[in-house]
Design a protein around this ligand. Structure first.
Ligand code: ARG
Length: 308
């Protein structure tokens, strides 16, 4: 991945720069051209220029149509970007009019090494995003693996790499289809553990499950069926499990981005923050209220371009 990112992000800049003058959303060239030798992570984001709640495809969006405050959304997104860019390089995809959820780049697809799969959205409202994300992955030089037409899969929203074990966790049952874990295993050649999601409020794996460095796992157990809770218990030692309360889960605490020991999240109770500190992390809160109205927070607004 070193080679594609280094060269083509320059091209992306050009696409982005027109808008940069207009509203200042897009990063200055230096920010995204840094080479990868420093070991910094790369994260894909999409500015909220066209973000809105204009349909309902998850319970959070109910009664929120037209209610997102655009100026505040822009500020919150910019704050998140600024925070993450201290430790990671942010790559950007140009937002598109008429695609209000494209800001949730976690759902672009899944990238590991040189290989990418593009999401196959369950909701028809989000399907037009697929071609744009595909084009972006292509421009970056990723090898795009085929994905079966009839298997919904919502990318980094439902597929998370464990940070200690050599495996992928894949959420299914609400958005991604039950075959998704098997297809992923074939495509990326790594063990994939399927976890069935049973609470519609936690419709993507990244809304209730967050693997952290050192094999820690922050998650909300009630979002999973019994067999999945069992699978988690078998693979992650009790001392490494940080179970969050329903209250914290509803604040999207699990929807966190970890960069360099920092756990960046919308909000968390004092007790959860303390538990994260005790595990060696630095919880970093950044309000994302406008995106919660669409059912997303910090993690949903990012896609890690995983190196291996
Ligand atoms: N409104 C979007 C949807 O329902 C939110 C996506 C949030 N993304 C995530 N990775 N959890 O698809």
């Amino acid at each position: 991945m070193t080679k594609p990112l280094g060269t083509s992000i320059g091209a992306l800049d050009k696409v982005a720069s027109g808008t940069a003058e207009k509203d200042g959303f897009f990063v200055e060239a230096e920010d995204i051209r840094r080479d990868r030798s420093g070991g910094r992570q790369h994260i894909l984001m999409c500015a909220p220029e066209h973000f809105d709640v204009s349909y309902v495809i998850n319970p959070w969006m109910q009664n929120q149509i037209g209610r997102a405050v655009h100026s505040l959304a822009r500020e919150q997104w910019a704050d998140l970007r600024r925070l993450l860019s201290r430790e990671a390089d942010i790559a950007l995809i140009a937002p598109a009019a008429g695609l209000p959820d494209m800001v949730f780049s976690a759902n672009a697809g899944l990238v590991i090494g040189d290989r990418a799969v593009v999401s196959r959205f369950r909701a028809p409202e989000r399907r037009p995003e697929e071609a744009l994300f595909r084009a972006w992955f292509e421009r970056q030089g990723f090898d795009i693996a085929a994905w079966p037409e009839d298997v919904p899969f919502e990318g980094g929203g439902d597929a998370l790499l464990d940070r200690a074990l050599p495996l992928l966790w894949c959420g299914y049952g609400v958005r991604s289809g039950s075959e998704a874990p098997l297809v992923l295993e074939r495509v990326f050649g790594r063990r994939t553990v399927g976890l069935r999601l049973v609470d519609p409020r936690f419709y993507h794996l990244d809304t209730c499950f967050c693997p952290l460095e050192g094999g820690w796992l922050m998650y909300y157990p009630a979002a999973f069926d019994a067999a999945s809770r069992e699978a988690i218990a078998t693979l992650v030692p009790p001392g490494k499990r940080i179970e969050v309360s329903e209250d914290d889960a509803l604040r999207f605490a699990c929807n966190a981005v970890d960069v360099d020991g920092r756990v960046v999240m919308n909000d968390a109770s004092a007790s959860l923050q303390n538990r994260l500190r005790a595990a060696g992390f630095t919880p970093t809160l950044t309000p994302l209220s406008e995106f919660l109205k669409a059912g997303g927070a910090a993690k949903c607004l990012t896609l890690k371009l995983i190196e291996n």
